[in-house]
Design a protein around this ligand. Structure first.
Ligand code: 13P
Ligand code: SF4
Length: 305
């Protein structure tokens, strides 16, 4: 089967088997083409709970599939490639959160969605990159412990200056590979290009950016902007997607190192096997974990709008 035939077979099978395919923005174009919804972590979470299909197939990483399962416990939720995790999500566990609670008894603990379900049970709020600032502004408490991404946390700190932030030592190993020198050399090579970055990059890189936002935010900004050239500081799949979306504009990766090997694990063949009922991992969460972790997720959907 060639790519087109495989895509046709997937589209037929997802109708027959009542499957909704969700694809994170970092997935490859051939997977985008068969997806019912493409988006950032926030958009995928919201969309999953609205989907009428009985089965949801997540083409992304494990914490995204687990979030879908929390929001739609009655549905069968599949992760297309069981090996696709997020290394940032494994940087802290529930015990670390409980220690922080003891250390900062009066603080509100806010976790990035890129965390495990078990950790989410112990926090007050969960946020995504696109909803973090909006949600933080609605939290009444002044002291915020933000985990585990210190880069997203420090960006939020700049956006919500009336709060006192405690940041921990964590972050995305992929976005943290981008350096200030990468910015200087790309800006020298493309002086008219605007720099668009994900808030997972470091503060040294972020300070040069014309726009900082989620994967969906970056794509929307680039599509709507009058500029013709852009340097993209996030996973490099976004460069190719933008090039397809805006053929009259030019997009350059800020660093050739910005490749998430977890996000790129999922192949079109994985999607085919999953919709055919022969592959993917069925996501099952312990009832207590699911119910307790759902509490901050529901708040995220309510306050994130
Ligand atoms: P988004 O919420 O922007 O999709 O980010 C998820 C992610 O893992 C980025 O590395
Ligand atoms: Fe996790 Fe970073 Fe990959 Fe996003 S890009 S899934 S934060 S490792």
């Amino acid at each position: 089967m060639n790519t087109r035939e495989l895509q046709d077979a997937i589209i037929e099978l997802k109708k027959q088997n009542d499957v909704c395919i969700l694809a994170h923005a970092y997935q490859s174009q051939d997977i985008w083409d068969v997806a019912d919804y493409i988006g950032d972590s926030y958009g995928l979470s919201v969309q999953a709970s609205k989907a009428p299909q009985k089965t949801i197939l997540m083409c992304g990483v494990r914490f995204m599939a687990e979030t879908v399962k929390m929001l739609s416990p009655q549905k069968k939720v599949l992760l297309a490639n069981p090996m696709a995790g997020c290394p940032m999500a494994d940087q802290m566990d529930r015990t670390d959160v409980l220690k922080l609670r003891k250390q900062y008894p009066n603080a509100t603990i806010v976790a990035y969605i890129n965390t495990t379900s078990d950790l989410k049970r112990a926090v007050d709020y969960v946020v995504t990159s696109s909803s973090a600032v909006k949600i933080l502004k609605q939290i009444p408490n002044k002291q915020i412990v933000f985990i585990p991404d210190c880069n997203l946390g420090s960006w939020c700190e700049e956006q919500v200056p009336d709060k006192d932030f405690v940041l921990v030592d964590g972050g995305c190993p992929v976005h943290m590979l981008i350096t200030e020198d990468d910015v200087k050399s790309m800006k020298a090579a493309y002086p008219h290009a605007e720099l668009l970055v994900h808030p997972e990059v470091t503060a040294e890189v972020r300070k040069y950016a014309g726009y900082i936002g989620s994967t969906t935010g970056i794509m929307k900004y680039a599509q709507e902007s009058k500029n013709k050239e852009f340097i993209i500081g996030t996973e490099n799949s976004i460069v190719q997607h933008l090039q397809f979306m805006c053929p009259d504009k030019a997009f350059y990766p800020l660093s050739k190192e910005t490749v998430c090997h977890n996000m790129t694990l999922t192949t079109l063949m994985d999607v085919y096997y999953a919709v055919a009922g022969k592959g993917g991992e069925v996501i099952d969460l312990d009832d207590q974990v699911r119910i307790e972790a759902l509490r901050p997720i529901e708040k995220m959907v309510e306050l994130g709008g």
